[in-house]
Write a protein that binds this ligand. Structure first.
Ligand code: ADP
Length: 486
């Protein structure tokens, strides 16, 4: 009989409570997918009770109160419990969390305090709940101190048998600057001799040195992490941990992301009703005040405006393609100079470009359903969900051949088994060349609809990913090395 496994899943954000980016999708979906996969997987989610948390429709009950030691002080923590589709959810509150204005801040004096407190409060919670996890599954630097602190407490019988997983969604965000807060809460730098000096007091590398298993969010990203280009200075250290490193491609929520039932769309459709996409295109063009033209290729980005995502590459690349016919929608917010670059492009091409500078989940769905090509020229892309969502909606992705884009997009070839377009160099020229090729195919309706249908037929279900996580949990508890890069 399969063994029962209890997993505490820690994250800074989880949809539908709060979502800033892909991590919110993952933490919102994976725990439920694991539970659905097997009654033997008892997964519970733990997130901070951010001010902006959406708790409408959830029954929230006080669950525990205790203190987290900080120097000579005791920081009060209050935990509330709720349930999301069968998954128990713990919401941790305390002054470092309630005083923060947003989920993430560029000010480390806010985030350093908040996430160190949250991480330690989550570990402390285990003293107050009659439920002992076999595995703590932490995500990104915000929950890395839990893994590090757990490692330091392995002589405590309360924690001795708990294994840990540190999952990397985005390596460059290591929590640099959090060191004073780690110290204040009694977490001292790592003594791992393979860590570069600078990394010994960064939460993520500290946890990567201490954890039992490291997961990257795609097999390609797991391989890339070991190279100077993507390893962010940790590649040599990560090579010493390669026997516990693997990559698992994330999935998407196929119920929520379903063009057949998505209420945000003007017209629902599935793979056999692709012609209906034209209605969604027309209403998107009309909503955004773009000239109504069903034949013109409609391009889009739905993204955080961050140098990682290559927004600047698209802006420059489209300028180079001014002689061709296209329209482009940019939906996103982020770094002001990138927002400005997109606005400038709209001013330059007022009847072709729309700069929608905001987070708008409703509009994002209409964009996936109404545009022809999703642009993702990311400089690096650990996994990327937008390209999978796009394929599900019959919108063809065009991305850079890196990380999860490489693992999820099959590059178009004449044999017609492709699902999108990939290019290598992170340059406007390479992007423009690839887009030119894509537009040639776009003009051949038969080949284009084959590409769309191929994409819509891919299996990006969480079930697929959950099976791999389940195997990993079992390997870990059987003290086996993780299977690399599957
Ligand atoms: P990352 O996690 O690096 O931000 P992903 O592609 O993994 O990128 O996930 C991004 C998710 O956030 C997708 O679900 C995408 O639709 C959504 N998203 C990004 N920007 C916006 C926006 N401005 N409005 C609505 N949804 C957005």
């Amino acid at each position: 009989m399969a063994r029962n496994i209890k997993i505490l899943f820690l994250a800074a954000e989880a949809d539908p409570f709060v979502k800033v980016g892909g991590l919110g999708d993952v933490a919102g979906s994976l725990p439920g997918a694991l539970r659905a996969l097997s009654p033997h997987l008892d997964v519970r989610l733990c997130i901070p009770l951010h001010r902006s948390l959406n708790l409408d429709g959830f029954e929230v009950k006080p669950f525990a109160s205790y203190a987290v030691p900080r120097g000579g002080h005791q920081m009060p923590a209050r935990v509330f419990e709720t349930n999301y589709s069968g998954t128990p959810v713990y919401l941790i509150d305390g002054s470092p969390i309630s005083s923060a204005q947003s989920v993430y801040s560029s000010d480390m004096s806010s985030d350093g305090e908040k996430y160190t407190f949250f991480s330690l409060a989550a570990l402390e919670l285990l003293q107050h709940v009659h439920w002992q996890p076999n595995i703590i599954h932490a995500n990104d630097w915000h929950t890395a101190p839990t893994v590090y602190a757990l490692h330091q407490r392995l002589s405590d019988p309360h924690y001795a048998w708990i294994k840990s997983i540190m999952e990397i969604h985005n390596l460059p965000y290591m929590g640099g600057g959090a060191s004073p807060f780690l110290n204040a809460y009694g977490l001292h730098p790592s003594s791992n001799p393979y860590l570069p000096d600078w990394a010994r007091h960064f939460p993520l590398p500290m946890a990567l040195a201490a954890t039992d298993a490291i997961v990257a969010v795609s097999p390609a990203y797991a391989r890339e992490l070991l190279t100077p280009e993507f390893g962010c200075g940790l590649q040599d250290f990560l090579r010493t941990r390669a026997n516990v490193l693997c990559g698992i491609l994330n999935g998407i929520d196929l119920v929520s992301w379903n063009p057949k039932s998505d209420p945000a769309l003007s017209k629902n459709y599935d793979v056999d009703e692709l012609a209906s996409r034209i209605d969604n295109k027309a209403s998107l063009q009309s909503t955004l005040g773009l000239p109504a033209d069903p034949g013109i290729p409609l391009l889009a980005m739905v993204t955080r405006m961050d140098p990682q995502k290559g927004v600047d590459i698209v802006v420059e690349g489209l300028r180079q393609m001014a002689d061709q016919s296209w329209q482009a929608i940019f939906l996103g917010t982020g770094i002001p100079y990138l927002e400005e670059a997109v606005r400038a492009l709209q001013e330059e091409f007022p009847d072709r470009v729309r700069a929608e500078i905001r987070y708008d989940a409703h509009l994002s769905r209409q964009v996936y359903a109404g545009t022809d090509i999703l642009l993702m020229p990311s400089r690096y892309e650990p996994c990327g969900l937008a390209q999978m969502i796009a394929m599900r909606y019959g919108c063809v992705p065009l991305g850079r051949a890196t990380g999860g884009l490489n693992d999820s997009i099959h590059a178009y070839t004449d044999t017609l088994n492709g699902t999108g377009f990939l290019f290598d160099d992170a340059s406007a020229e390479a992007f423009a060349n690839c887009l030119r090729e894509a537009l040639l195919v776009y003009n051949d309706k038969e080949r284009w609809s084959k590409l769309q249908r191929n994409g819509m037929s891919q299996d990006f279900s969480w079930e697929n990913a959950a099976k791999q996580y389940s195997d990993l949990y079992r390997q870990l508890l059987n003290n086996k090395d993780v299977e690399r890069f599957r």
